[in-house]
Design a protein around this ligand. Structure first.
Ligand code: CP
Length: 649
């Protein structure tokens, strides 16, 4: 039985097959291949196009439709779970078409349905059938998808149509330019997937080239196999800037894909910052005479009605294609009812907690948090060791997060994750012994005890750390061109605390606090945000043209810094980024050199350097310690000494 939850559930060849069926929609209408079949539409969120075009498509195929006009008038209002709803309705129909406001809800329903389920949009996650319509429209207008350059504009963070579309464009070899409204950039998990699965890379480009058409701030150019060079630099100088600009020069823009601000998904109401718009200026630009304008609709005020009357405004055609494309998809799925989709060969491993309590997805809108009863806690493991981190991805909503604590179910010991454990973790995963915890408390509550590590040596005490931070702050002020344009950005968690102290030092010296934020590499919310206590009404941190100081506690391989830089440059091109670390371990795999280091401590991979700060993890005083890692296997041979440290403390 085939479901279509993500655009990844269809191969390129299958998408082409669906398009060929859509080309022959008149024949399908005559043949009535769905005669006697019933489609149920379950829309927990409003819809005009998706719902009505699916219903029209089913009727044109000779089938019939059952529906609930308003899901609030269904037994959902009495507390029925989505799992039970899927089980029941799938016994009344041959296919379910579901839209839901939770990310991953349609996947959860598919796991409980006896018939194929089609995702008509789940939260901010995906909208694969809209993407089929978008690709079909582009193909009709431009002939082929490979090599096209599509500018996606607006709310790229919450717009589910965008997420499915950029994956599909990447698969068909198109280039993507992203033009996000400030604070609504493409989420990190989407970018990671583009990089990992589709071998795409980002390069920020100047938006000057687009400014006549779209009033926006910065653009990013996404293309296959471009070197991801920018992330290797901590300072944007003129040479790098010229290289960045060259990515965009000569670009031919084939389509602008505009989206509305998804106000309904914004926690604190809509962000009132500038939003890109398309209007008469666009129509007057000669360069865009062959650039079509698309929009999944509904539009609000980001797309002027003037464009409706222009030959390039093709969004109503795009909406009309919804019927033949969805007729084709339904026919495609009915033909494959008995077929089990061959499992795609995955480069990732699956993880399900062997303990009753396990890690939780960090996306607050994920179905696993909203309705745990209808889901199982399944994750994919994206990286063990390769980037110095252990990353879990939620199978429902695709969000990723970093693991801090791991344990072994047999020995009931836990450890704070470190790269030196990568091999051991791989073994535990194979034997089903790997337990992953969200916190030290969770491990302890499940009866786990800490592993031991080698004896520690103090490297810096409280006074050393204070002195180092004072010096770093002085150097920052000395080097910066305009202190009013400084932004101190800490890498969460210890880096954020150090960033606060550096900002406080600068405030003492200048009488004015610099803007302060933190960057979270594997979180599910905003990757860059203001540090509390920030004014709740303050606009998102804007890094464009700012002098950014990135702060972290320890630099070792340089991969964390590389990832942080990559996020910074995507969210708004700063004038410069300089790096401040308390400890430079001098063993870099990535050529990133800190501009300011509190102390240089060459150390081997087996050594673990920890910066312990007052107020973080219940430390009573600031100190930096070094100790060697005793892996769980080594420990079995040689028990740890009595004065050994407890892990994670
Ligand atoms: N494009 C789209 O999904 O429109 P509806 O919300 O009207 O279904």
């Amino acid at each position: 039985m085939r479901n279509v939850i993500s655009i990844a559930d269809l191969t390129n060849e299958e998408i082409e097959e669906i398009f060929s069926l859509a080309d022959a929609a008149d024949k399908l209408r005559n043949d009535r291949p769905a005669s006697g079949q019933i489609m149920a539409t379950l829309f927990y969120e409003p819809s005009t196009r998706t719902r009505l075009s699916f219903e029209s498509a089913m009727q044109r195929l000779g089938g019939s439709v059952i529906s609930c006009s308003d899901m609030r008038a269904s037994s959902t209002a009495k507390g029925e779970t989505i799992a039970d709803t899927a089980k029941v309705v799938s016994s009344y129909a041959d296919v379910l078409v579901v839209r839901h406001h939770w990310d991953g809800a349609v996947q959860a329903m598919a796991e409980h349905s006896g018939v194929p389920v089609i995702n008509a949009g789940d939260g901010s996650h995906e909208h694969p059938t809209q993407t089929l319509c978008d690709l079909y429209t582009l193909r009709q207008e431009k002939g082929a998808l490979k090599g096209l350059t599509v500018v996606v504009c607006g709310d790229l963070k919450n717009g589910r149509t965008i997420h499915s579309l950029v994956y599909a464009l990447a698969r068909f070899g198109a280039n993507v330019v992203t033009l996000a409204a400030n604070g609504m950039e493409l989420p990190q998990y989407v970018i990671e997937r583009l990089e990992r699965e589709y071998d795409y890379a980002f390069a920020p480009v100047t938006s000057d080239d687009l400014s006549a058409a779209v009033t926006a701030t910065d653009a990013l150019y996404l293309a296959p196999k471009q070197p991801h060079q920018l992330a290797l630099f901590t300072q944007v100088d003129e040479v790098i800037q010229a290289r960045i600009n060259s990515y965009a020069s000569g670009l031919r823009y084939d389509a602008f894909y505009m989206t509305r601000k998804q106000k309904e998904r914004m926690k604190n109401g809509a962000n009132e910052g500038r939003y890109p718009t398309i209007g008469s200026e666009f129509l007057q630009e000669k360069r865009f005479q062959n650039t079509v304008v698309m929009h999944p609709l509904p539009r609000v005020d980001e797309l002027s009605p003037e464009v409706d009357r222009d030959y390039r405004g093709i969004y109503f055609k795009q909406a009309a294609y919804g019927v033949p494309v969805r007729m084709a998809l339904l026919k495609f799925l009915f033909d494959r009812r008995q077929e089990k989709r061959p499992e795609a060969k995955k480069s990732t491993a699956a993880y399900e907690s062997p303990e009753a309590v396990g890690p939780q997805c960090r996306n607050s809108n994920c179905v696993t948090l909203k309705e745990p009863l209808s889901t199982c806690k399944r994750f994919e493991i994206y990286s063990i060791g390769q980037i110095g981190s252990l990353i879990l991805g939620c199978v429902y909503c695709d969000h990723r997060f970093q693991v801090r604590f791991v344990g072994n179910v047999k020995t009931k010991r836990f450890y704070s994750y470190d790269n030196t454990l990568a091999e051991t973790i791989r073994e535990w995963l194979k034997t089903g012994e790997l337990a992953i915890f969200d916190s030290l408390k969770q491990a302890e509550e499940l009866g786990y005890e800490p592993y031991k590590s080698g004896s520690q040596r103090a490297l810096m005490d409280e006074a050393d750390i204070k002195r180092a931070l004072t010096e770093i702050s002085q150097q920052i002020l000395h080097d910066c061109r305009d202190p009013d344009r400084l932004v101190i950005l800490g890498v969460r968690t210890v880096g954020s605390h150090l960033a606060q102290r550096i900002a406080a030092e600068i405030e003492t010296k200048r009488g004015r606090k610099p803007e302060l934020g933190e960057i979270e590499l594997y979180g599910s919310g905003d990757a860059i945000r203001r540090l509390p206590p920030a004014d709740p009404d303050a606009a998102p941190l804007n890094l464009k043209d700012r002098e950014v100081i990135l702060v972290d506690d320890v630099i070792y391989t340089g991969r964390t810094v590389k990832n942080a830089l990559s996020i910074i440059f995507r969210t708004g091109r700063p004038q410069s980024v300089r790096l401040a670390v308390l400890i430079d371990r001098g063993h870099r795999e990535v050529p990133v050199k800190p501009n300011y280091a509190g102390k240089n401590i060459p150390s081997s991979e087996k050594d673990r350097v920890r910066v312990k700060l007052r107020g973080v993890d219940k430390e009573e005083s600031d100190q930096v310690v070094i100790y060697s890692i005793i892996t769980p296997n080594e420990k079995a041979k040689a028990p740890a000494r009595a004065n050994d440290l407890e892990a994670g403390k």
